[in-house]
Design a protein around this ligand. Structure first.
Ligand code: UD1
Ligand code: UDP
Length: 381
């Protein structure tokens, strides 16, 4: 409160918040709300990186996000096309609007493109979810993370490993703020609402144990052998518990290209053994699906964190993670795409194995509050 009054007394702060892809909407929602409460002048700019209703609008509805003030409408493309196009269009907006700060979240192309554009215009940049590192530069997100952090003025870190990584890269400690996780703010805010909805329109899943699957990492879904290996292994597991698979658009395209549709089932009435494909789900429905699942198979970043807080076992189909706290304090295990390892770790959990779960520090629903308080102090000085 003291800081808020101070900010009012100094000058009005103007912030442009950037969101472009599904996980961005979830991470930015609590920040938009906290900024509104603090009386910060803000604009929400959607880059248009994700544009299908099921990858974008559904999240604005579920999370009560205001309609974006501007949609740059860039759509899909190669990395250079998408990043370059966002930069060109964002530059026009930033020059016209003259914000005091551009705030970016996560590690997608929209994150880097807007951070770089703002930084070159001399506008200060805040990066929320700074410092995460998989140490795997074949992941496009790792390049986005390293570059965004290198040019950001305020680095808001979600887990302790982020502080260590940033310090190791020579970033001064004055720029680094360990504040917690805004994706978990959103989860805690919406858990009760998610509990009472039906995720799959009429299919009553609680009667039987089931697992959830999400996949979209290029290394898993753009490589024919890797995708085949994952789907065939999970099909085997589905005889122990059916698997519900909300399919990301990148993955759907590849399943069709590689002719793997025969490995999947459609929900027609009830579910038994099989991998059941459904369209990408809105936030509340997906949260409900996770909360009631026996376990989750994924290569998502955010889902590793959400399952840790929900206490649902997470079997991550990757060799590394930029979120190591989910392994040390959470319910996550890395299995890569090795059939035997996937089956071994799954069986362990089906037979009752539980990790000693602890909620990571500051994953308490107050990260956005901390960030806004710090920004007001920094920007109104
Ligand atoms: C992007 C991010 C990734 C993040 C993921 C979240 C980058 C480099 N990647 O991956 O870090 O984990 O979002 O979901 O920023 N498509 C549609 N409709 C849409 C969006 C995409 O059909 O609304 C299809 C298009 O064919 C597109 C493909 O999905 O070419 C990939 O989309 P893109 O945004 O480039 O990457 P994602 O795989 O979604
Ligand atoms: N999610 C969702 N519906 C789905 C799949 C995922 O709402 O069908 C949510 C999930 O709960 C998490 C976020 O989307 O909050 C993760 O996004 P994604 O896996 O696309 O990206 P990543 O976290 O890997 O960058």
């Amino acid at each position: 409160m003291e800081f808020i009054l101070k900010a009012m007394a100094h000058k009005r702060i103007k912030v442009i918040n950037i969101a472009g892809a599904r996980p961005n909407f979830i991470k930015i929602a609590p920040l938009v709300k906290e900024m509104e409460k603090a009386g910060i002048e803000q604009m929400l700019v959607h880059t248009g990186q994700h544009y299908d209703n099921k990858m974008s609008k559904l999240f604005f509805d579920d999370l009560h996000l205001p309609k974006p003030d501007i949609n740059l409408g860039v759509g899909s493309g190669s990395h250079a096309e998408q990043t370059g196009e966002i930069m060109k269009r964002a530059e026009t907006v930033f020059i016209k609007e003259k914000p005091d700060l551009v705030l970016v979240v996560g590690d997608v192309n929209s994150t880097l493109a807007c951070a770089l554009t703002a930084s070159k215009l001399g506008i200060r940049v805040a990066h929320v979810e700074a410092g995460l590192r998989s140490f795997d530069r074949s992941m496009p997100e790792e390049i986005n993370r390293i570059l965004t952090d290198a040019i950001s003025d305020y680095l808001f870190v979600s887990e302790e490993s982020g502080v260590v990584n940033l310090r190791n890269e020579g970033i001064t400690k004055e720029k680094i703020f360990f504040v917690g996780n805004t994706m978990i703010d959103t989860l805690l805010q919406h858990k009760a609402n998610a509990r009472v909805i039906s995720p799959l329109n009429g299919i009553y899943l609680k009667r039987q144990p089931y697992a959830v699957l999400t996949l979209h990492r290029p290394n898993n879904v753009d490589n024919k052998n890797n995708l085949k290996n994952i789907l065939e292994t999970l099909l085997e597991i589905s005889f122990d518990m059916p698997i519900i698979f909300p399919v990301h658009p990148r993955t759907l395209e590849q399943i069709k290209n590689f002719g793997f549709e025969n490995l999947l089932s459609d929900i027609l009435g009830g579910i038994k053994a099989g991998i059941y494909r459904v369209e990408p789900l809105g936030y509340l429905k997906f949260l409900n699906l996770m909360m009631n699942a026996k376990m989750v198979f994924t290569d998502s970043g955010g889902i590793q964190e959400e399952t840790t807080v929900l206490g649902i076992p997470c079997i991550t189909l990757r060799e590394n993670t930029e979120r190591p706290v989910t392994l040390t304090s959470g319910t996550n295990v890395l299995v890569g795409i090795n059939r035997d390892k996937i089956i071994r770790e799954t069986r362990k959990r089906l037979n009752g194995f539980k990790s000693d779960k602890q909620i990571p520090k500051f994953w308490d629903g107050k990260a956005a509050k901390r960030i806004v308080k710090i920004l007001i102090k920094q920007l109104s000085g």
